[in-house]
Design a protein around this ligand. Structure first.
Ligand code: NAD
Length: 456
């Protein structure tokens, strides 16, 4: 049986030397990471092409460029983030001052999925390094080329007692989860998220769980139809729909049904070409299992556009299905592929009720020009994050914490939130010893009276 006890002990020992806490050490680690990513750009792009047939454009914009921007942002702000933060002190604590010290948890475990195999490993790693942790990285076994490049890159940069890469499948993950880590950061499916949290609970290890689910995309009757169609087609079919925050389905207002569907078809053709299966840059489905699961959905509702597939090359055309209801099996779980079902509605209350009957979405998108509809949806529906009049774009802002709620996840990251995800906030009260207010002592004259006055 695989055993990672000695690796974790080695990292914990290294952590206790205090080296990783040093701010210059962290900055240097991040700078070297950035340089290595830049000099290995070609290798990363080629690996993503082999694993998923990702185009260079997508590989750069959604994986490489994304993490370079995160590193740049972190380097720009890190010196400020690591400083103890002075906060207010109540009057009752006269003579004292209060501080919050961010400190690294220690040894972190990061487990990532295959759909953005580079970005989803490096982005949390940036947070782990910035916060001063050691880390064990377990990339996805389903993107083997990218995982190999990741390992090569990371082992070339850092000693194993600081950052280590462990390759392997489910058994490897399970073996790692038997160890005691100080923080676990997991990105993947809801079902595995539960396994991870159970394992973490045995050691009371804090977790960040970046999970999935069905992300609704509402197109209201007053939406800018052309813009909505373009942005939804882009958000859905990027990475062939294998994006945790891709619009899973469209809730479409009946008044604009024909016009929107017509624009959507136009947008898809313009984005993916007349014959997407022959487009050399069209991302493939990760495995036969997922291909077969997705293809089974093509018999539901009516195909408006697409519907063709090639099992040999694991590609499925961008497909829109109309006449879908919650009773169809495509509406049961996250689709995670290039198939977009469309549900119709007449009143926004139907949409809210439909979403309330299902787990909290990781993302929600609303296309409308009406502030009352916007307010209603934002007020009535709980979801991880999202956009008004756009899709996906909220994930690209370092100022917006990214993560789910309910079964779509626990915790947030990106920008400062990545630093926070890997930091414990140590609250410290610095008290004076020059005088001693007697309030707390039960033998003080009128002590209870005074306590009652202050603690109302
Ligand atoms: P997955 O949950 O199957 O696997 C993720 C990781 O967990 C892999 O490294 C895998 O080796 C490991 N793993 C698998 N089974 C395990 C088990 N029984 N015990 C311990 N570890 C195990 O997910 P996936 O198929 O790689 O990725 C797709 C899922 O990830 C989708 O549900 C998607 O929504 C979600 N996702 C979420 C985000 C986000 O940021 N919230 C981003 C990308 C993907």
């Amino acid at each position: 049986m695989e055993n990672y006890n000695s690796l974790v002990s080695k990292q914990r020992q290294f952590f206790h030397t205090g080296k990783t806490r040093d701010i210059d050490f962290r900055i240097s680690a991040l700078r070297r990471l950035r340089e290595a990513i830049i000099s290995n750009e070609r290798k990363i792009i080629d690996a993503l092409k082999t694993d998923l047939n990702k185009s260079e454009f997508e590989a750069y914009s959604t994986e490489i460029g994304f993490v370079l921007a995160e590193i740049r942002f972190t380097l720009r702000h890190l010196k400020r983030w690591v400083k103890p933060q002075r906060v207010k002190t109540p009057l009752t604590h006269l003579g004292s001052s209060s501080y919050i010290y961010p400190e690294p948890y220690g040894v972190a475990l990061i487990i990532s999925p295959w759909n953005y195999p580079f970005q989803l490993m490096i982005a949390p790693l940036i947070g782990a390094i910035a916060a001063g942790n050691c880390a064990v990285l377990k990339p996805s076994e389903f993107a083997p080329q990218t995982s190999a490049v990741l390992e090569q890159l990371v082992t070339g940069l850092y000693p194993e007692e600081y950052i280590a890469v462990v390759q392997g499948g489910v058994e490897t993950s399970q073996a790692l989860l038997r160890e005691k880590f100080d923080k676990i950061f997991f990105t993947g499916s809801v079902s595995v998220g539960k396994i991870v949290m159970e394992a973490a609970a045995r050691n009371l290890t804090p977790v960040t769980l970046e999970l999935g689910g069905k992300c609704p995309c509402i197109v209201h009757e007053d939406a800018n139809i052309k813009v909505a169609a373009k942005r939804i087609a882009w958000g859905k079919f990027i990475n062939a729909g294998q994006t945790c925050i891709a619009p899973d389905y469209v809730y479409l207002h009946r008044e604009i049904r024909e016009e929107f569907l017509c624009e959507l078809c136009r947008a898809i053709r313009s984005l993916c070409g007349e014959s997407p299966l022959n487009n050399p840059d069209y991302t493939r489905i990760i495995s036969q299992k997922h291909f077969d699961r997705l293809r089974a959905f093509l018999s539901e509702g009516e195909i408006l556009i697409g519907g063709e597939s090639d099992r040999e090359r694991l590609v499925i055309e961008p497909t829109v299905l109309t006449g879908i209801t919650w009773a169809d099996s495509i509406m049961r779980d996250e689709i995670f592929g290039p198939i977009l079902p469309v549900l119709d509605y007449s009143d926004i209350s139907e949409v809210i009720e439909g979403i309330h009957n299902h787990p909290h979405p990781l993302a929600l998108y609303l296309f409308t020009e009406s502030s009352s509809i916007r307010k209603k949806v934002l007020n009535d529906i709980s979801f991880g994050g999202g956009c008004i009049n756009d899709t996906i774009y909220h994930i690209t802002s370092p100022y917006l914490p990214f993560g789910g709620v309910g079964s779509s996840g626990i915790g947030k990251y990106h920008g400062k939130s990545s630093f926070d995800a890997f930091s414990h906030k140590k609250s410290v009260l610095k008290q004076t010893s020059r005088f001693d207010i007697p309030l707390r002592y039960p033998n003080t004259k009128n002590g209870l009276k005074m306590i009652k006055f202050f603690l109302r």
